[in-house]
Write a protein that binds this ligand. Structure first.
Ligand code: IVH
Length: 729
C-alpha cells in the first residue's frame, strides 16, 4: 500500500467508524455489530501504527484515550460561563414570568428543557473540528480537558457535513449515566471486598453520586481511564458571531443536524401554565430516565427577545432554573437489624415500612453505626424521614418527634455479635463495632472461604457462594484448608439443612434479625453478595449436589494446587493484602516461611508496604490458628514459594542502565506487572518518552502521542515478545 492509498483508507475508515459511533451513542440506533466495528477499528489502528504521520487527533482511535494530562491548562472563556437563577416553587417562577413580561410583553414562547445534573463544558469547534474543551471553572477561566473529552463517544470530533459556522462554541453538560455509575461502584465494591476492606471503608471509597463521578472523571490524568467510564453529554447552547438564528429552539435543531446530542425532551411552551405542566410531568417522569436531572431550565425562545432582556451580573434574565425538591418521605421504623460483614464489621440496618421514594420502593436504610443512631435519637416505632439526595443509599434524615410513641425507648446498641454471640469490640477512633471472632464467626468464616475460592485468588469457580454455604452449613468446611479434605462421598447428595438448625447462631437478639442489607434498585451496590451478611442462604432450597457438580468441585479444587504462590498469599485473606500487595510480598520474600518470619522492619522495607499492612501481616501470623491453616494448605500441596520457572523470578541485571516507557496492553502481563519485571531486572520505568528513554515498550494500542514522540526522538519501540526475549536470554 502506498502512503497515498493508506491516507485514503484511513480517512474512509475514520468516517465509517465515526458514523457508527454517532448512530450508537447519539441516536441510540446501532448500525453495525460490535464485531464488525472492532474489525474496522483494528484495521485503522494497524494503519496508524504503520503510518503514524497520518494519525490525526480526530481519529476514532483516540476514543480509547492514552494521553496523560499532568496538569490541566487554565483557559480564559471567550464567553463567560454564567449560571442560572434558581427557583424552588411556583411562586418564584410566576415572579420570573412577570419580570419577563414586563420587558417583552405577552407575545413570546418559552422552551423548557431538563436540567442535566453533571458538569458544564464549553467546546470550541473550528472548521467542523473539535479544538478545545474547557470546564466552567470560576466562570471566567476553566480547565482545558480536551484529551479527556475526546474519549466521550457522543461528542463529535468532526461535525457532519453541513452549514455549521466556521467557528463557534457549544455548551453542554457532561454526565455519567446511572448504569455506568452503578457498574463502577459495583466493581469498586467487589474489588475492595476481595481485598479485605470492610463496608465502612468501601462506602467511603465509592463514587458518591453521578455528578461527582462525572466531575472527578473529567479531571483524571489518564484519558484511557476516562474512556472506560462511559461519560455522556447533552448540549443546550451555542455561542458565535452572526449565527443567524431566530430562536433557541432552532439552534437546538441545527446543533442536532451537525451531530451533537440534543435531548428530545426540549419542548416549546406557550405560557407559564405550559411550563408548570412540563415541571409536573418531569417531577415524576425523571425517575425513569437513565441519567440524573435536578430540575428544569426555562428559556425565552426568541433570541431577539433574549437580547432585549439581557443579563444581570451573574445570570441571564431570559432563563431560569426550577429545582426539583430532594424527595423526602416519612415512614415507620419497624426494627433494626445488625449485619455482620466478612471482616466482622457490624452495620445496623433500619427496616422500614415499605415506602415509595424517587421511583423505587425503599424498605431498608443503612444506619451506619452506633453514633449515627444516637445522634438522630432514632427509636424503633418512630416515624422517620427518608431522603435520597442523589446519594447511593437512602438516608434517614430526621425523626418526626410529634409522632413518637409515649413509651418509646432509646436504642440499646448490641454488645454481642448477633451471629456468634462474641462480645463486640470497638477500637478507638473507629466508628464501627467489630466481632473479633474472626476464625469462629460464621459469616466471617464463610467470607474467608468465599474470598479464598474467588477468581483472582484460587479460582475454584465450580464452588460458588451457595455451595460454600451448603458445605459450611453441613459442617464439612470450617477453613479454606478443609476444602482439600473434601471427598466425593461427603458431598454426593448433600443438601442445605433446614434453616432453623443452621450453624451455631444463637437466637437473634431482640429488635432484629441478621438479614443482608439489600437495598433497592439503584442501590444495587450494597446488594452485592460480596458484602457478606448472613441469613439469606443462596443455596437454601436448592437441589442436592449431583455427581457432575461434585466432580467439578473436586476437579476445581485439585486444579487450584497449580495456582502460583503470590495468589495463594492473596487467597489466605490477610487484611489489606490485596492482589498487588501480595505480589510485592511474594516477589520480595520468595516463600511463605520467609514472610512468616519477617519482622516489621523487613516488611516495611518492601516497596510501597506501609506500617498498616506490615502490622496486619504480623498479626495474621501471630495467630496459631492461621499458622495451622497455612500448614494444612502446605500439606495439601499448595504452592508456598515462587515458581522457579516464573519469569518474575528470574531476577537479573539484564536491563541495568536502561529506561523504559510502558504503553498499551499486553497479553502476558498487566501494565503494573511488566513495570515490575523491568525493575526486577534492573531497568527503570519512566512515565513519558524523553531523550533519555531507551525503549518504548509498546503493547496493543499504545498511546499514539508516545509512539509519535518515540519516533521523533529515535527511541526504539519494543514489542512484548522482543522484551521477553531480552530478559530470558
Ligand atoms: S442553559 C447562560 N440548559 O445548569 C446559562 N444549563 O445553573 C446557560 N445546566 O451552567 C445555561 N442543564 O451547567 C442550561 N438544559 C440546560 C442545562 C443547564 C444543566 C447547567 C449548566 C449551567 C447550570 C446553571
Amino acid at each position: 500500500m502506498t502512503e497515498a492509498q493508506a491516507k485514503k483508507r484511513i480517512e474512509d475508515l475514520s468516517r465509517q467508524l465515526e458514523e457508527h459511533n454517532y448512530k450508537y451513542y447519539v441516536l441510540s440506533k446501532p448500525s453495525v455489530s460490535d464485531y464488525d466495528f472492532d474489525m474496522l477499528l483494528e484495521e485503522l489502528i494497524k494503519l496508524e501504527k504503520e503510518y503514524p504521520q497520518l494519525a490525526s487527533p480526530d481519529s476514532p482511535t483516540q476514543r480509547v484515550g492514552g494521553q496523560i494530562t499532568k496538569e490541566f491548562k487554565s483557559v480564559k472563556h471567550k464567553y463567560p460561563m454564567m449560571s442560572l437563577g434558581n427557583t424552588y416553587n411556583e411562586e418564584e417562577l410566576k415572579d420570573f414570568d412577570e419580570r419577563v413580561r414586563k420587558v417583552i410583553g405577552n407575545d413570546f414562547e418559552y422552551v423548557c428543557e431538563l436540567k442535566f445534573d453533571g458538569v458544564a463544558i464549553g467546546l470550541m469547534y473550528k472548521h467542523g473540528k473539535l479544538m478545545q474543551a474547557v470546564t466552567r471553572g470560576d466562570g471566567v477561566k476553566g480547565d482545558d480537558v480536551t484529551a479527556n473529552v475526546r474519549t466521550i463517544r457522543s461528542i463529535p470530533l468532526n461535525l457532519k457535513e453541513g452549514d455549521y459556522p466556521e467557528e463557534f462554541e457549544i455548551r453542554g453538560e457532561i454526565f455519567m449515566p446511572l448504569k455506568s455509575f452503578e457498574k463502577i461502584n459495583k466493581d469498586i465494591a467487589k474489588q475492595m471486598t476481595e481485598d479485605g476492606y470492610d463496608e465502612e471503608e468501601i462506602t467511603d471509597k465509592l463514587l458518591k453520586n453521578p455528578r461527582n463521578a462525572a466531575s472527578g472523571t473529567l479531571k483524571m490524568q489518564d484519558s484511557s481511564v476516562v474512556a472506560k467510564r462511559n461519560l455522556d453529554c447533552y448540549f443546550y447552547f451555542v455561542y458565535g458571531e452572526n449565527l443567524g438564528f431566530k430562536t433557541h429552539y432552532d439552534v437546538l435543531k441545527k446543533a442536532k443536524q451537525w451531530g451533537f446530542k440534543i435531548s428530545e425532551h426540549a419542548v416549546k411552551c406557550k405560557n407559564i401554565a405550559g411550563v408548570f405542566d412540563y415541571i409536573k410531568e418531569w417531577n415524576t417522569e425523571r425517575h425513569h430516565l437513565p441519567f440524573d436531572t435536578d430540575g428544569v431550565v426555562i428559556k425565552v425562545n426568541s433570541l431577539a427577545q433574549q437580547h432585549e432582556l439581557g443579563f444581570t451580573a451573574k445570570s441571564p434574565r431570559w432563563a431560569i432554573s426550577y429545582k426539583f425538591k430532594a424527595e423526602s418521605v416519612s415512614t415507620k421504623l419497624l426494627s433494626i437489624s445488625y449485619q455482620v460483614g466478612r471482616t466482622g464489621a457490624i452495620t445496623p440496618v433500619a427496616n422500614l415500612k415499605p415506602v415509595l421514594l424517587a421511583g423505587t420502593t425503599v424498605k431498608r436504610a443503612s444506619l451506619h453505626n452506633a453514633d449515627q443512631i444516637e445522634k438522630l435519637d432514632i427509636r424503633v416505632g418512630d416515624t422517620v424521614f427518608v431522603e435520597k439526595g442523589g446519594e447511593i443509599i437512602p438516608k434517614i434524615t430526621a425523626v418526626d418527634l410529634s409522632k413518637r410513641e409515649r413509651n418509646s425507648k432509646p436504642v440499646e446498641y448490641i454488645s454481642r455479635c448477633p451471629v456468634c454471640n462474641t462480645k463486640l469490640e470497638r477500637k478507638e477512633e473507629e466508628a464501627n463495632h467489630y466481632c473479633p471472632n474472626e476464625l469462629g464467626c460464621p459469616p466471617q468464616i464463610r467470607g474467608k472461604i468465599e474470598h479464598f475460592i474467588s477468581r483472582k485468588a484460587m479460582d475454584i469457580d465450580s464452588l460458588g457462594e451457595g455451595k460454600v454455604e451448603m458445605l459450611y452449613d453441613n459442617g464439612l468446611i470450617k477453613t479454606p484448608a478443609d476444602l482439600y479434605k473434601l471427598k466425593y462421598d461427603d458431598m454426593i447428595g448433600l443438601k442445605s439443612p433446614p434453616a432453623p438448625q443452621r450453624g451455631v447462631a444463637p437466637p437473634p437478639p431482640k429488635g432484629g434479625n441478621t438479614s443482608k442489607l439489600k437495598l433497592d434498585q439503584r442501590d444495587g451496590v450494597l446488594a452485592s453478595p460480596s458484602f457478606g451478611g448472613v441469613g439469606e442462604a443462596v443455596g437454601r432450597g436448592a437441589s442436592s449436589l449431583q455427581e457432575k457438580s461434585v466432580q467439578k468441585i473436586l476437579a476445581g479444587i485439585e486444579n487450584s494446587k497449580e495456582i502460583p504462590f503470590e495468589r495463594v498469599l492473596y487467597a489466605i485473606g490477610i487484611r489489606y493484602v490485596g492482589e498487588t500487595v501480595a505480589r510485592k510480598l511474594a516477589l520480595y520474600f520468595k516463600n511463605m516461611d520467609a514472610l512468616m518470619n519477617a519482622s516489621l522492619e523487613e516488611l516495611v522495607n518492601v516497596q510501597e508496604i506501609g506500617e498498616r499492612i506490615a502490622e496486619s501481616v504480623l498479626d495474621f501470623f501471630k495467630d496459631n490458628r492461621n499458622k495451622k491453616i497455612v500448614e494444612d494448605l502446605r500439606k495439601a500441596g499448595l504452592k508456598m514459594e515462587m515458581d522457579a520457572s516464573s519469569v518474575l523470578k528470574k531476577l537479573s541485571r539484564k536491563l541495568e542502565g536502561l529506561s523504559f516507557v510502558v504503553s498499551g496492553t499486553f497479553s502476558n502481563f498487566s501494565r503494573d506487572e511488566i513495570k515490575e519485571v523491568i525493575e526486577q531486572h534492573g531497568g527503570k520505568n519512566q512515565s513519558g518518552v524523553s531523550a533519555k528513554t531507551n525503549y518504548l515498550l509498546a503493547g496493543d494500542e499504545p498511546g499514539p502521542s508516545k509512539v509519535e514522540k518515540a519516533k521523533k526522538l529515535n527511541v526504539a519501540i519494543l514489542e512484548e515478545k522482543e522484551f521477553v526475549k531480552m530478559i530470558e536470554k
